[in-house]
Design a protein around this ligand. Sequence first.
Ligand SMILES: *[C@@H]1O[C@H](CO)[C@@H](O)[C@H](O)[C@H]1NC(C)=O
Ligand SMILES: *[C@@H]1O[C@H](CO)[C@@H](O)[C@H](O)[C@H]1NC(C)=O
Length: 409
Amino acid sequence: MAVSLRCHRTVLLAVAFCFLPCITSSLNLEDPNVCSHWESYSVTVQESYAHPFDQIYYTSCTDILNWFKCTRHRVSYRTAYRRGEKTMYRRKSQCCPGFYENGEICAPHCAESCVHGRCMAPNTCQCEPGWGGSNCSSACDSNHWGSHCSNRCQCQNGALCNPITGACICTPGYRGWRCEAQCEVGTYGNGCQQKCQCQNGATCHHVTGECKCSPGYTGAFCEDLCPPGKHGQQCEERCPCQNGGVCHHVTGECSCPAGWMGTVCGQPCPEGRFGQNCSQECQCHNNGFCMSSTGQCLCSPGYTGERCQDECPVGTYGAGCAKTCRCKNNSKCYHTNGMCLCEPGYTGETCDIRLCPEGNYGLRCDRKCPCYAQNTRSCHPMSGECTCQPGWSGLYCNETCTPGFYGES
Ligand SMILES: *[C@@H]1O[C@H](CO)[C@@H](O)[C@H](O)[C@H]1NC(C)=O
Ligand SMILES: *[C@@H]1O[C@H](CO)[C@@H](O)[C@H](O)[C@H]1NC(C)=O
């Protein structure tokens, strides 16, 4: 009974009944690749049949003499047995077309052997990732990956594609799962593992690490300022600054030395100003000349002092107060040109000429000097006042020095 039930369940060919125990085989009937059909066979059986035979019976005769001696024939039957052939049917299981028996299972058969893969269905290879072709013998080209090389590589920027997983192997300088991005700023090279060495705001080439200097810098790592006289992008610009002006290494703007101004330092400071940027005010008085670089005052003749604020000291005159006045007899000396301003009674360039004859004084030179002449150096031509020789004193120069003193006055 159990056997017959199983038959019903696994019937592949439409058969309505199962009247003999199913033919057992080593194949698993639940294997979807097992096919079955019915085959006929004959068995020898004892069969009964109605065997005819000739039955003789007696009957009354028309001939009176032989009354009841007459015989008649009739065909009669009796049960007999004989050997017979009987056609029977049984289910036969075997691997479906395209499959072959391999142990307990029906394995698909591939006419070509699957070189890098498995035979999955009749004449159908399932390739291992990385292999393609009908017999899985050709490796994936660089643009495809996976089983049967059926996936397109997504790698960019020259990256290689792993033929098995499709993973991208980036070329130096790129990153991201499709190698779509350049290395992050500050890194470069294989796997973006290298650290950029560029300085001063330079950018680093994502592949080679080469530094691209920002304007004003030079050197392999952009560590140096542009050399003197150069500036700007790649230090290619010429410096236009004159008079010792210094170029800014980036912008080229001139930084002028003290005393100069203008975009290329071509203009001296305007009058009255000096120093860096001509930003300071000169302090020179009395027409003193201001040095535009330092602000130092060059005084005009007759003046001295840091700001030319002082007249020359008494007795000196001229440029730098370097000349000595020659004015005599208490005359005033002009600090600028040394000219003498004579006291009344004197004249001459140095006021050394008495207007009155020797020994006289007064507006009309009509008065006699009261001085002791031999002890007197001079008698004032207007006042008659006596100026004594050394060793003498007193109003008229008639007194010797007080004890303990000597000399003039
Ligand atoms: C696989 O197929 C290729 C061409 O499709 C053929 O050249 C090669 O001989 C085959 N290899 C095997 C082992 O069948
Ligand atoms: C000169 O001018 C520049 C630009 O205006 C400025 O940066 C600099 O500080 C100035 N220097 C002086 C000494 O004033």
